[in-house]
Write a new protein. Structure first.
Length: 416
């Protein structure tokens, strides 16, 4: 009888160390419980509830795209219940309405600040970091209280909390405490005096409520956030989030994309389309421009790979483009301004990974409906096999001055 040897124990070393560290932290749980209880017994601060504060909080909710995660299709706004995919399972967003039984009705402004600043719930338990408290910790107390005042003003909606569907051991308090010990540190936004007011405002938006790095910074195998939004595959999503650096000549295009969902170079799709719908289309022009000023100061992304000189393009890809794409995107990939995005020189076409293109062709490309562009044109889905789709994308990524590498059928398979 053949005996299969178990995988070498060293493969489990990171997880073992993680759990050991968690054990040490949990041993101090009595101390934390005492601290949490002490805080609740202390006199709570009273957040302003005047109309101006509530209006400011409503705008802050737009800055954070809060309703995007905390609203299900057809459900009450902010009532939670939406499933958020992570590499470790599904996390269900909580109910932010002031419902006493299932929402935040019994929370105080201090409780809400603790969740934002420390990543802990009203009872002191660690929150799952799909709620981006790693970024929200930089939000000021004043903004937290204004956001709280606004959430107290929305209609209460009863929606019981749904348990997260996380794999073991990520569904344990031990793992959460260990993750926090390794990756999280309470913080505050520190303005840089040498920078302009616009730069500091943009940095505060991007690093705080905007939580841009939550999608645009690469994460390690345990979901630890990176420091630089240099782009990469989104955690739990098969979408590519590009690096956030923008060249000065791209500012107008990026601001247009965030405001309307479309620009001269492309269309917001997938998770970014939701950010536009729930968030950035409602930002003030001043805040959008401040964000652009900040993004220009970020380190440029590493040079992307290019196709070898003289690389040939597949004939089948050219034929598929002529039959299925050219009527809208043009025989030279020029598109139609304000209607169909160009493919020549389109940054989305030239990305390191072709995953977003795979989604757009296979499932259709649909821009978000925004106040500035309420009836955008869309692209219907295409029923096409992996090898043919690879040829089509190889042709698009290598034509009209585009110089991105070829796409393989295996890449298409992995992308979907």
């Amino acid at each position: 009888m053949k005996i299969t040897r178990p995988k070498h124990w060293s493969a489990w070393l990171p997880l073992i160390l993680l759990l050991l560290l968690a054990g040490v932290l949990i041993a101090a749980g009595g101390w934390w419980r005492w601290v949490a209880d002490d805080r609740r017994l202390a006199a709570p601060s009273v957040a302003p509830q005047d109309a101006a504060t509530i209006a400011r909080g409503a705008y802050l909710a737009k800055l954070g795209s809060c309703a995007g995660c905390h609203t299900t299709s057809g459900g009450a706004t902010f009532a939670g219940g939406r499933g958020i995919a992570t590499p470790f399972g599904i996390v269900y967003a909580g109910n932010l309405t002031p419902d006493d039984a299932t929402g935040l009705g019994r929370w105080s402004a201090d409780d809400f600040w603790r969740a934002m600043h420390e990543g802990r719930g009203r009872d002191g338990r660690a929150l799952v970091p799909a709620f981006p408290y790693t970024e929200f910790t930089k939000v000021t107390r004043g903004d937290s209280d204004a956001l709280w005042a606004y959430l107290r003003s929305v209609p209460p909606a009863s929606r019981p909390r749904r348990e997260h569907e996380l794999a073991f051991p990520y569904n344990t308090p031990l793992a959460l405490e260990a993750w926090r010990a390794i990756y999280f540190e309470r913080g505050a936004f520190e303005p840089e005096p040498a920078r302009s007011a616009d730069w500091n405002r943009g940095a505060y938006l991007a690093q705080g409520l905007g939580h841009c790095a939550a999608c645009h910074a690469p994460r390690d195998r345990f979901g630890g956030p990176g420091d630089v939004p240099s782009g990469g595959l989104m955690a739990g999503e098969r979408w590519w989030a590009p690096a956030l650096y923008i060249h000065p000549r791209e500012v107008e295009s990026v601001v247009a994309l965030l405001k309307t969902g479309q620009s001269a170079h492309g269309t917001a799709m997938g998770p970014m389309a939701e950010v536009v719908v729930w968030g950035t289309q409602h930002w003030s022009d001043a805040d959008l421009n401040a964000l652009a000023v900040y993004l220009q100061s970020l380190p440029p992304a590493p040079a992307r790979p290019t196709a070898p000189a003289g690389a040939t393009l597949p004939d089948r890809g050219q034929g598929l483009y002529a039959n299925r794409c050219a009527d809208c995107h043009g025989t030279r990939g020029e598109g139609v301004p304000g209607v169909y995005p160009p493919l020549a020189g389109n940054p989305s076409v030239l990305q390191v990974e072709p995953v977003n293109l795979v989604h757009a062709v296979r499932h259709g490309g649909f821009a978000p409906a925004t106040l500035a562009h309420p009836r955008p044109f869309g692209m219907p889905p295409n029923d096409i096999d992996d090898a043919a789709l690879a040829d089509l994308l190889t042709f698009v990524r290598g034509s009209w001055g585009n110089d991105a590498p070829a796409v393989s059928a295996l890449q298409v398979f992995h992308a979907r």
